[in-house]
Each structure stands twice: as C-alpha cells, then as structure tokens.
Design a protein around this ligand. Structure first.
Ligand code: COA
Length: 529
C-alpha cells in the first residue's frame, strides 16, 4: 500500500468513528428507552420512508461536536437528522428530530442545520417531510435560539413560504411538540399524529396548571385524538410509527414527479476508479496535486474537455477549467491544480470560464485546493487584486447551480473565488484533506507572532526565544485545528464530509437535485478586465 493510501485509510477510519458517535447517541441504552415508548431510532423511520432500494443522502452528520454549550459540550449530529431521499420517485428533503439528544431540543446548531436543510429544499424545489419529536427550544440558551431571524420562528416562516410555492410540507409527529414547537404540526400542509405518542400544545400540562389551575393529561390536552378528532389541527390519526410512515408515503404518492431541467446523457464509468484518489492525493495540503488525475476519477470515461489548456504555462494552469459529464450530467469544472496559488492569468481564465458556463446554463463544479491568490509586488502591480475580484464577482453573479468540493487548502480569498459557503453554492462538500481557514496554521502563526513581538517590544518586554516558539506553535495548532473538517463540519461549514469513494455518487446527486428548478438568465456587474 502507498504511503498516501495508508494515510487516507487511517483518516477515514477517524471519520467513521466520529460518524458512529453521531448515529448512536446514548448507545444501546437510548435505543432500549425508545423501544419502551414504542419508538424506533429515527434513521429506521427514514429507511422506511424513502423508496425501497434507494439511498438516503444524509447531510451534516458531524454537526454539533465540541460546541461547548452550557450543559452539552457535544450535540451529536446537531440533534437532528437531515438529508435527501426519493419518495415515489421525487427527491424530498427529510428533517427529523432525534429525541435521544436532549429530547430533540433545538440548540443554535440544531436550528442552523434545520434551516440549512430548508434552504436547500426551497432553492431546489423539494417537498419536505418533518419527523417531529422535540422538547422545543433548548431552554438554557433561549436567547440564542428563540427571537432572531434564523432562530426558531424562521423554521415556520420557511414552511409557510415553501407551502405557498407549492412545495408540500408534511409533518409526522412521533413525540412531544410543545409551545413554539407545536407549529411544526399546525403549519404543515398535512400532519400525521400517532395515538398516545404524539402531543402538540402551546403550553404543556405543567404550564397549564400554573397558569389556569386546570389539571389535565398530555393526551387529553393535545394528543393525536384531540387534534385529529376535535381541534382539527392535524389531519391523520395513526396507531403506530410504521402506520404513520406509510401514511406520509400515501400523502405524497399523488405528487407529480418533478423532472430535471438539464439534458442527461448516458451514464458512463469514470476514466479511473474513484479508489485511485487514495494513491494520488498527497498527505498534506501544501503538496502539489494533479487536478486532471482527480478529474479522471469523477468524469465519465475520464473525458475532460479542457478550456485554455495551454494558456500561460506555469501561471495560468494553477487553475484548470473545462467540461465533463458526471453520470451523464454535464458540468463545468474550475479546479485548483498543482500547489493551487492563483496567479493573474489563472484568475482571468477562471472568470472567463464561469461566465461562459453561465451563458451555456451548465452547472459548475469547483474543486478547491487553493491556499490563496498570489501575493507580492509583481502580482499586485500585475492586477491580482482586480483579477481576483473579477473571479469573485463572476462566482457571485453566476446564476447556474454551483457545487464546491474541497480537496485541499481552502484559504483566504481563494475560498471566495472558488465558491465558498458565503457565495451560496448549492452544496459544499469537504473531504478529510480539506482545510478551511483564513490562512494556513504556519502563515497565521508567523503573522500573529510578528504582531505579538512588536507589542512586547513596545512595552519594553521583548519575547524570549522560548516564548516565541511556544507562541508560534500554539497559533499553528489553533489555526490548523479550526481548519480541520471535523471542526468545520461541527459548525456546518460543509454539507457533508465525503470519503473519496463517495465523491462521484454525491456529486451526481447534487447535480441532479440542483436542476429540478429552471436556471434563469445570466446577469453580471461591472468588471475591471
Ligand atoms: N430545554 C433544555 N433541556 C431539555 C428540554 C428543554 N426544553 N426538554 C428536555 N430537556 C432535557 C432534559 O432535561 C433531559 O436532560 P438529561 O438527559 O441531561 O437529563 C433530556 O432533555 C431528556 O428529557 P426527558 O424529559 O427525560 O425526555 P422525555 O422523553 O421523557 O420527555 C419531553 C420529552 C419533550 C416530553 C419533555 O422533556 C418535556 O416536556 N420538555 C419540556 C418541553 C417544553 O416545555 N418546551 C418548551 C420550550 S419551547
């Protein structure tokens, strides 16, 4: 086995470990507790919900680890499962509370994940199914989850607006939905409740007793029977989770199957098996990569129709551009190459290509492995600032779906020019080789050290050699730690950390889902060529 392969296999084993923690919070004990309540672990419900023999593409499984919230340092998986699967042939967003994580309550990261899933659904025109089982806001952090835009109320605002756009919002309640949380039942287009398992009320029995003196059980206050037989706040009465899942499928069975607005060619195998990536990707982000070899593992038949291949050798080819088909879906490519530092020529070529893809209405796949734009007087005088800005402008205005896959360094303005999160690509995928931060640990360590040295000198207390190296190492460790895909994944800076062998399947799903809505006309602002 090659050194690279050994390294990546070990890295992906760490990923498996972390994902396992996310999938099984509380271990067998928590599963047994659910079973006593007649409940299944949430992913078992999802498996039954999606079409047989199809795959559920689960998003953001690393969310919520190491967040340092009061009373909960880790919130495994963010306490909520989100992902895309097919129901009666239609790609559908599924958003499901995991009651094993603090009763499915909403932490800031839970909300971020819920709202991110709704944003994907709205942009791509997907129906949504909510599997609701939550104690509502995580009360010790109410100010961070309740009142602001992007907080609790946004979930219901999004439901109402998506419903108005014709995107079906179906809720299946499998547990508590208290106070604001009750709206997930009442705001859905159709809601399914389960006898003696689902409850929905604006104030639970203890609050009611306190406020009015009325003593009443949860069942009699807002159980499934109350809302399906008396209040009319829910629409379907079921006796078990399995029956409820089947009912949701039945509700969605009459939906027309949405077609993609893109010609799909015949699917062909890639030029090289995706498994080759374990050998060809070097173990550190600062080592050069061969973008064409990487593209060979994702493109059908390995065919990469390159744009301006011979332009400005040594400077223009730190980014490669062109077209591929991926499982039959056409896509433009903008890929970092070699060590990925972006020179003026590469930035100009990339901007041109992004505009061309926009005119042709083909999606763009950004393979990001760039530590930034070239610096220094030659580059500044040569216009790297304006050419980099042109690239960022082209990315910002490109109306075609964009997908970012990070396979190396992802620093500074290169994060912008390569369609980072702030540029609203449809999906951001990381790998264990991704490192996303304002600059690398080494650069940050050096810059911060020079600032600290100046400060200390000005106070007449210069740093000793030992202090210098201690300070530098601490900063390198901090920056490298924060750039790591686990740290970024915990904060939802990616939609999924992919194993190398998963890349092709996930990109194909992303390309298909991104084209369920028609693409508009291109419109760009003012460039400085
Ligand atoms: N905020 C913070 N923590 C909460 C919480 C909330 N809203 N609701 C539950 N939790 C915590 C519990 O303290 C417990 O923590 P622990 O495991 O560290 O002891 C954990 O979540 C599990 O709660 P538990 O009550 O044991 O689960 P359950 O399955 O028996 O009951 C509920 C689930 C949702 C019915 C029940 O927890 C409840 O009524 N919560 C309050 C709901 C509410 O009033 N929300 C209003 C906010 S909008």
């Amino acid at each position: 086995m090659s050194e690279n392969r050994n390294h990546w296999i070990a890295q992906e084993a760490l990923l498996d470990e972390r994902v396992n923690e996310a999938l099984w919070p509380g271990g067998q004990k928590a599963v047994d507790r659910l079973a006593k309540q007649g409940k299944k672990p949430v992913r078992e419900l999802i498996d039954r919900l999606v079409d047989p023999e199809t795959r559920f593409f689960e998003l953001s499984r690393l969310a919520g680890f190491g967040m340092g919230y009061p009373g909960a340092d880790d919130v495994p998986c963010g306490g909520i499962v989100t992902g895309i699967g097919k129901i009666h042939g239609n790609w559908t967003m599924i958003i499901a509370n995991d009651p094993r994580v603090k009763a499915g309550t909403y932490f800031p990261i839970t909300l971020k994940k819920h709202i991110r899933a709704q944003a994907i659904a709205e942009e791509s025109g997907l129906n949504c199914v909510y599997i609701a089982d939550s104690g509502g806001a995580y009360l010790p952090m109410q100010v961070d989850v309740f009142p602001d835009d992007g907080h609790f109320g946004s979930m219901f605002y999004n439901m109402a607006r998506m419903s108005a756009k014709g995107l079906r919002q179906v809720t299946m309640s499998t547990g508590g939905n208290t106070a604001g949380g009750a709206y997930i039942v009442f705001m859905a287009c159709e809601s399914v409740m389960i006898d003696r398992m689902s409850y929905s009320f604006l104030g639970g029995p203890p609050l009611v007793k306190m406020a009015t003196g009325e003593v009443i059980s949860a069942e009699d206050l807002g159980g499934a029977r109350v809302h399906t037989h008396i209040s009319g706040g829910a629409d379907h009465f079921c006796k078990s989770q399995d029956e409820a899942v089947d009912r949701v499928r039945e509700i969605l069975s009459l939906e027309p199957v949405r077609k993609i607005h893109l010609h799909r060619y015949e699917e062909r195998p890639p030029g090289q098996p995706p498994d080759r990536l374990y050998d060809i990707l070097p173990v550190t982000g600062s080592q050069a990569i061969d973008a064409r070899a990487i593209i060979d593992t994702i493109a059908d038949d390995g065919v990469f129709t390159e744009y301006k291949k011979h332009y400005a050798p040594g400077r223009g080819d730190n980014i490669v551009t062109g077209k591929i088909r991926l499982k039959g879906f056409p896509a433009g490519i903008v890929a970092a190459n070699k060590i990925g530092v972006i020179f003026e020529e590469a930035a100009r070529k990339a901007a041109e290509w992004i505009i061309r893809c926009s005119h042709e209405k083909i999606p763009i796949l950004f393979l990001q492995g760039s530590p930034g734009y070239m610096i220094g007087s030659d580059a500044e005088h040569g216009g790297i600032g304006k050419y980099g800005a042109d690239m960022v402008r082209a990315v910002s205005c490109a109306q075609v779906p964009r997908i970012q896959l990070v396979i190396g360094q992802d620093n500074g303005a290169a994060n912008y020019g390569m369609s980072g999160r702030a540029y609203r690509p449809r999906f951001v995928f990381h790998t264990m080789r991704s490192r996303t931060s304002v600059m690398s640990g080494k650069s940050a360590g050096g810059v911060l050290l020079s600032i600290e040295e100046r400060k200390r000198e000005s106070t007449g207390n210069p740093m000793t050699d030992e202090e210098r190296s201690h300070f530098y190492e601490k900063m390198v460790e901090k920056y490298d730690g924060e750039a790591h895909p686990f740290y970024c994944g915990a904060r939802l800076l990616s939609d999924r950390v992919l194993k190398f062998t998963e890349i092709r399947d996930w990109l194909a799903m992303a390309l298909e889902v991104s084209h369920l809505q028609p693409v508009g006309e291109p419109s760009f602002g003012n460039f400085r060529f």
